[in-house]
Write a protein of this length. Structure first.
Length: 213
């Protein structure tokens, strides 16, 4: 019996939600835009801009929180942040394909704004929500706070930011930068030398052998 390659192993550890949630969200968003949800253009636009980023962030938080053997992972030669990055590459890849497909399909319907603005908005919000979800999950050891943070961020975008900041690069660039920064903070906190407040799991599971002793 041969050992499966690491990328297949990490795909299994991600769980089905890492693959299913982004695809279902993209289908929901396109259906709302293409056929009309019956609740108005504003609601359809909200689904288009927020459904896929929200689903991706939830999937990333679930991937982070479902590690059952953190102590074992910390004892392996491969740094745990690198292992997490490998796992997150799966939902990131699925989301990238879903985003490009969604933008192309929506552009074919003649929906406004155009494909470039839609791509920028989806990319920026996905990075922001995913980074925030990962950071919250690492800091608390649970995906539940990440869910609340995602909901709060989406509501802030729909009710406040969209009213004062133009769509496109004006929203996407700050969101990309902030999301990338939060992602780096989350991965950094997973290192054995990370801050004592950072954890994933229970007790002192985040600490390396020296810190935990």
């Amino acid at each position: 019996m041969t050992t499966p390659p690491w990328w297949i192993h990490e795909a299994r550890r991600c769980g089905r939600q890492a693959f299913v949630l982004p695809i279902l969200a993209a289908l929901l968003a396109f259906t709302a835009v293409a056929t009309g949800s019956g609740t108005g253009v504003v609601f359809d636009r909200a689904l288009l801009s927020c459904a896929l980023p929200t689903a991706t962030a939830l999937a990333c938080a679930a991937v982070m929180a479902r590690e059952p053997m953190l102590e074992l992972q910390l004892s392996l030669p491969t740094p745990y942040p690198r292992t997490v990055a490998r796992r997150l590459a799966w939902p990131a890849s699925v989301t990238a394909i879903a985003v490009l497909t969604l933008v192309a399909l929506v552009a074919a319907t003649g929906h406004r704004p155009g494909p470039v603005a839609t791509l920028l908005e989806l990319s920026g919000l996905t990075m922001l929500l995913s980074g925030a979800a990962l950071w919250a999950t690492v800091r608390t050891g649970s995906a539940a706070p990440a869910t609340g943070l995602i909901v709060a961020a989406v509501l802030a975008k729909l009710l406040l930011i969209d009213r004062v900041v133009p769509e496109g690069a004006a929203q996407a660039v700050p969101a990309l930068l902030a999301g990338g920064w939060l992602l780096l903070l989350a991965l950094r906190a997973l290192r054995p030398s990370g801050r004592p407040g950072a954890r994933l799991g229970h007790g002192d599971a985040h600490l390396g052998p020296r810190e935990a002793s």
